[in-house]
Ligand binder design. Structure first.
Ligand code: SME
Length: 162
């Protein structure tokens, strides 16, 4: 059993430091990319408050396909360029969306989602997928969340590349 216990008093910097350390520990030496994505989606869910979805879409062929996640069942296939995830994949740039209703083409997998953060995952110059976080609160994510999730993805990319 793994017992990672995020402090309920931690500020955002402390939360991301603890999340990265837990992700580093749980994926260390494990070559199975599905196991690593599954455990990291669970860690994100456990460490970061006020989420209604956290997980991965993998680039399979020419589209994004649902990977390990926490939250409600979600859209399975997303075209590159479609929605927030597709925009992150097409641009290879983090998408920080304060109001998903104002994002052209947003794909509403869960009607409760109000804000979203999507970080592209690139390994050895190749896009391998995206990390997607959703929240029921408007403007839940800020630059600190983006930087924290980008650091997480840098750590994780070699451990989830197939
Ligand atoms: N809202 C995303 C789709 C994925 S779900 O949020 C899990 C989008 O617009 O790409």
């Amino acid at each position: 059993m793994f017992d990672f216990s995020p402090s309920t008093h931690a500020d955002k910097a402390e939360l991301y430091a603890a999340l990265l350390s837990a992700a580093q520990a749980i994926t260390s030496g494990e070559p199975d990319i599905i196991a690593n994505m599954a455990n990291v989606s669970a860690l994100i869910w456990q460490y970061l408050p006020d989420l209604n979805w956290s997980g991965f879409y993998r680039l399979v062929g020419s589209e994004l396909v649902l990977g390990p996640f926490q939250g409600k069942p979600a859209c399975i296939r997303i075209a590159i360029g479609a929605g927030v995830c597709g925009a992150a994949a097409a641009s290879r740039e983090t998408q920080l969306v304060e109001d998903v209703h104002a994002f052209p083409g947003h794909i509403a997998c869960d009607a409760a989602s109000r804000s979203e953060l999507v970080v592209p995952i690139v390994h050895d110059g190749a896009l391998i997928g995206v990390l997607d976080l959703d929240s029921p609160s408007p403007a839940r994510f800020d630059a600190e969340d983006a930087a924290g999730c980008e650091a997480l993805v840098r750590l994780l990319a070699p451990r989830i590349a197939g």
